[in-house]
Design a binder for this molecule. Structure first.
Ligand code: NAD
Length: 503
């Protein structure tokens, strides 16, 4: 067993430098594909976070006052460096999260969309101007950065989510503090070097590694103006409540329980491929992974089960370099919890179509691998139906009509994404109109919007008024000041007036 004192000690990135942790507290970073500890990451104390915030505050005014075009140029340099160094980024993602190379490539490509959008900050900073709104008064609204803002990210996208949470924040003139996941800290530290090389002034980009103590300091510190959180729903709710209590602007995205509805007229071969890719890709560790297949009618369900079983049994699970379809889950604990969720579902009456619990791959390997499980006859009220399982266990819920599917989905809390497969335009129209879920697909496996559209779920998938990706990032990270101004000559002198101003 590796001794934690023998492994590489990671740092924070504060004031433009890699800084060793001083709290004396550490967490282990694993390579999920080998089960080995590959690094220890410092967990920042409140005081270390306070110091980082002070450096960010000191750097903010000069960055705010730089022209937006110059800021955009630095973001463009960063984007080019990210592209040039994407192989290194992919390697880090694979090592610390266990993703396959192909999946990590997809992640960085989608992450770059957010950086691309941020290069357009000059466009997003444009305000509005009205001439002579009354009595020679001109009125304009202008956008200003907030100051010091923070992002807190999850383990399952070591780069895409941090880029989506922070690129626009930097571009519109804020000083940004990223508290990345302590389970995947290396990728975020690495891109800090790229920001520096791109010309970003010290103190504008900070990476704090840590746990609840660091997060609480960010939530409570009066200097921090806004918090963008992405992670599990219970923590998202806590962040939203606490951030609001301390007067901050907060958007907190949580987990997802995403359904794929299948009309009897759909091409079932296409559906099966879409469900398996969107359901089991990345070992199902995606907030937009499809959890539940909802075929309409028993015949559709029976035919799909047959096709799925054959395909799922052929999936290859393995390390990132082995040409696998998906890799390990993030930790030994996660693997154990996922297996327990299958045991419990069996007890609750679900039927097991494919059983991933006792496959060789789970017995012989030290990595946190888990073969795919498919459960049929899952019903509302079962725990597996209600909860997000962040691992390769997917469900089939059989329904008789589209109306029943819509009703069931609209009663679920984790309303992140949903999709329907059909060749019937009217069914699709009814579905997209009546469904109460944030991101909706028609004949697409995972309806993740492209980076220039907004991204967020509804209900328990998102707390606060804000979205990730898209133009909403520019709104979230700026405040609008509205100025009314008048320049009068001496001959146009005004007189006393006690009436409420009107035009
Ligand atoms: P998590 O909630 O455990 O951790 C997310 C972040 O919160 C981490 O940085 C962690 O250090 C911090 N954190 C954890 N517990 C905390 C606490 N008690 N107090 C303060 N901070 C705390 O989530 P995770 O396991 O890293 O990520 C997986 C989850 O994220 C899944 O539920 C997934 O659906 C969700 N997710 C959602 C989206 C989305 O866009 N909606 C995207 C990616 C992931």
């Amino acid at each position: 067993m590796t001794n934690i004192t023998d492994v590489k000690e990671l740092t924070h990135f504060i004031g433009g430098k890699m800084i060793s942790g001083e709290s004396g507290r550490f967490s282990e970073v694993f390579n999920p594909a080998t089960g080995e500890v590959i690094a220890k990451v410092p967990l920042a104390s409140s005081n270390e976070v306070k110091d980082a915030i002070k450096k960010a505050v000191a750097s903010f005014p000069a960055w705010r006052d730089l022209s937006v075009a110059k800021r955009a140029e630095i973001v463009l340099n960063f984007r080019n460096l990210l592209k040039e160094n994407k192989d290194k980024v992919i390697e880090l993602i694979c090592i610390e999260s266990g993703k396959t190379e192909e999946d990590a490539m997809g992640e960085i490509t989608r992450g770059l969309e957010s950086v691309d959008l941020a290069i357009n900050a000059p466009h997003f900073m444009k305000g509005e101007y009205s001439v002579n709104v009354g009595g020679q008064i001109n009125a304009y609204s202008a956008k200003y950065p907030l100051g010091v803002v923070a992002a807190i990210s999850p383990f399952n996208f070591p780069i895409m989510v941090p880029l989506a949470q922070t690129s626009m924040a930097v571009a519109v003139g804020n000083a940004v503090i990223l508290k990345s996941s302590e389970r995947v800290p290396m990728t975020a530290l690495y891109i800090s070097e790229l920001w520096k090389e791109a010309g970003l002034p010290d103190g504008i980009w900070t990476v704090i590694n840590g746990d609840k103590e660091a997060v609480n300091e960010l939530l409570e510190n009066p200097v921090v103006q806004a918090i963008s959180f992405v992670g599990s729903t219970p923590v998202a709710h806590y962040i939203y409540e606490t951030g609001a209590k301390y007067g901050k602007r907060v958007v907190a995205l949580g987990g997802g329980k995403n359904n794929m509805v299948v009309m009897p007229d759909a091409d079932l071969e296409q559906v099966a491929n879409a469900f398996i890719s969107a359901g089991y890709g990345a070992a199902s560790q995606r907030c937009m992974a499809i959890s539940t297949l909802m075929p309409i009618g028993q015949e559709t369900a029976d035919r799909l089960v047959e096709i799925l079983k054959e395909k799922i049994d052929r999936l290859k699970v393995g390390a990132f370099s082995e040409g696998a379809d998906y890799g390990p889950v993030i930790s030994a604990q996660a693997k154990e919890n996922i297996i327990k969720a299958v045991d419990r579902s069996e007890e609750e009456g679900a039927t097991i179509v494919c059983d991933g619990r006792n496959k060789d791959i789970t017995k012989n390997d030290k990595g946190f691998f888990l073969a795919p499980t498919l459960l049929d006859h899952v019903k509302p009220g079962m725990k597996i139906y209600e909860e997000e399982v962040f691992g390769p266990v997917r469900n089939i819920v059989r329904v008789d009509t589209l109306e029943e599917a819509i009703k069931l989905i609209n009663q679920q809390e984790l309303a992140n994404g949903v999709t329907i497969y059909t060749n019937n335009g009217l069914a699709a129209r009814k579905f997209t109109t009546e469904i109460d879920v944030g991101m909706v697909g028609v004949n697409v496996p995972i309806p993740i919007p492209v980076g220039y559209h907004n991204f967020a779920g509804f209900k328990g998938s998102r707390f606060g008024d804000g979205q990730m990706f898209g133009p909403d990032q520019a709104r979230f990270y700026t405040k609008t000041k509205t100025v009314s101004e008048r320049w009068l000559s001496a001959s146009e002198n005004s007189s006393l007036s006690f009436a409420f101003p009107s035009n």
